[in-house]
Design a protein around this ligand. Structure first.
Ligand code: PHE
Length: 430
């Protein structure tokens, strides 16, 4: 581990918390959301344009290093929230990390933004599993809107609601879209204020998803020679986030499935106060993941493609339009297994207590195979041996987006992964 890490020209001392590998560091600064001809950038511009004249400031230049305070503490994440753990988050040191969500900028924006609302688009990072829909770097768009809770507040929000554009969308009833017992409102807001602010929030998100998915429908219609475009169908379900109450998630009906796509809620008064707002401030916030949506709308089969520098990928997309990805030939893949016993903590059931977490293996894999040579890692076996030790077997599928891998090269990487795993963790290879 180096003594310090430099990101965006700033140097950070490393410590026990540091777990940011160079393979992730090299994703930082790619700014795919700012490339107007990249699917992520195309979605970003679409939304920017749609909300351009509605009083929002659009931030898309925030740097990815934030403090632990901004990412977790100020938002009221409990101390034992799994999101805080080293197995889920890339720490630069005990105080700084790569943002795990765009909500990390709520503190700054509530403090500094001069318009009543703002949008943020940015790359975010999470240690996660490896498959076609998960990659350690992805993109989110955050939105928020506040009002002063004065004697005219009901009138003001009602007017703002009336001014929202109307759209043709089907909102399905859900039995539990609002329930004060399981999804309680905050004390300081009246029932009427909650109703109005949440209606404004939901309508805004409906406009956003409708804008994006409508273009997806046109693309998919072209793709399937199908003439009819039906209105988008969505539904609202209860959710929980430490910094909003009540909270929801919108689900969009797409290709026969309900797709969870955006968490939101009414901002906790404490978060607003922490961010320098008057205690009489009310408002909403939402956060939407862009990559999964872009994969569906553009027909992109593997999330790694977003990061590809291959012209056969990049040349397919143009500003302002959603069109289907035309697959180019895939290079051959090969599968290899790693099996081992975890030696430590044999009485303890929980994996992290055993000193090894699946994410640790994913991380080694990413570190050792620097160029995204792995398509998928699957845990194919997981059992407690009669000797009390946990035994695991992972199957790794090697496949490059950009070339054919040689046997020799794959063997070398595979051996190196095994070695590194055995060096860093108390395990025995089988
Ligand atoms: N940050 C949340 C996530 O990553 C989404 C969210 C944003 C929820 C704002 C509520 C308010 O899942």
């Amino acid at each position: 581990k180096p003594e310090s890490i430099v990101i965006d020209g700033k140097s950070y001392e490393t410590d026990d918390w540091t777990n940011l590998p160079s393979s992730i560091l090299k994703l930082v600064g790619r700014n795919l959301h700012l490339n107007p001809n990249h699917p992520i950038g195309i979605l970003n511009s679409l939304v920017k344009k749609r909300f351009g004249n509605m009083g929002y400031t659009h931030y898309d230049n925030f740097k990815p290093v934030v403090s632990k305070f901004e990412n977790f503490d100020v938002l009221g994440f409990p101390e034992d929230h799994p999101g805080r753990s080293k197995s889920d988050t890339y720490y630069i040191n005990k105080d700084y990390l790569l943002r795990t969500h765009t909500s990390a900028h709520e503190y700054y924006c509530f403090k500094n933004c001069e318009t009543p609302g703002y949008f943020i688009t940015a790359d975010v990072y999470r240690r996660d599993e490896i498959d076609k829909t998960h990659y350690p770097g992805f993109h989110q768009m955050e939105g928020a809107r506040i009002w002063k809770k004065d004697e005219n507040v009901i009138e003001t929000i009602s007017k703002d609601l009336e001014n929202l554009p109307t759209i043709d969308i089907i909102v399905e009833d859900t039995p539990k879209s609002y329930d004060d017992k399981t999804n309680p409102k905050q004390e300081y807001m009246s029932v009427e204020e909650v109703a109005l602010v949440s209606r404004h929030l939901k309508r805004t998100i409906e406009i956003l998803v409708n804008e994006v998915f409508h273009l997806g429908m046109i693309a998919s219609k072209k793709n399937r020679n199908n003439k009819k475009i039906e209105p988008l169908k969505v539904r609202w379900v209860e959710a929980y986030f430490p910094w909003t109450a009540p909270s929801w998630e919108i689900e969009v009906f797409w290709n026969g499935e309900w797709l969870e796509c955006c968490g939101c809620g009414l901002v906790q008064q404490q978060v607003l106060i922490n961010s320098g707002k008057n205690e009489d401030t009310i408002g909403w916030a939402f956060g939407i993941g862009l990559d999964r949506i872009a994969m569906l709308l553009f027909g992109i089969p593997d999330i790694r493609l977003f990061w590809s520098e291959d012209d056969r990928f990049l040349k397919q997309f143009k500003e302002g339009s959603v069109n289907y990805f035309k697959p180019y030939s895939k290079y051959p893949s090969s599968k290899k297994d790693i099996s081992f016993f975890i030696n430590s903590g044999k009485e303890k059931g929980n994996e992290s207590e055993r000193g090894f977490h699946d994410n640790d293996l994913y991380e080694i894999i990413r570190e050792v195979s620097q160029e995204d040579l792995i398509e998928n890692v699957n845990c194919i076996d997981n059992f407690v041996h009669p000797n009390g030790k946990l035994s695991k077997c992972f199957r790794i599928t090697y496949q490059s987006m950009d070339r054919t891998l040689t046997n020799d090269e794959v063997n070398k990487i595979h051996e190196k992964i095994k070695q590194t795993l055995a060096e860093r963790f108390d395990i025995t290879l089988r």
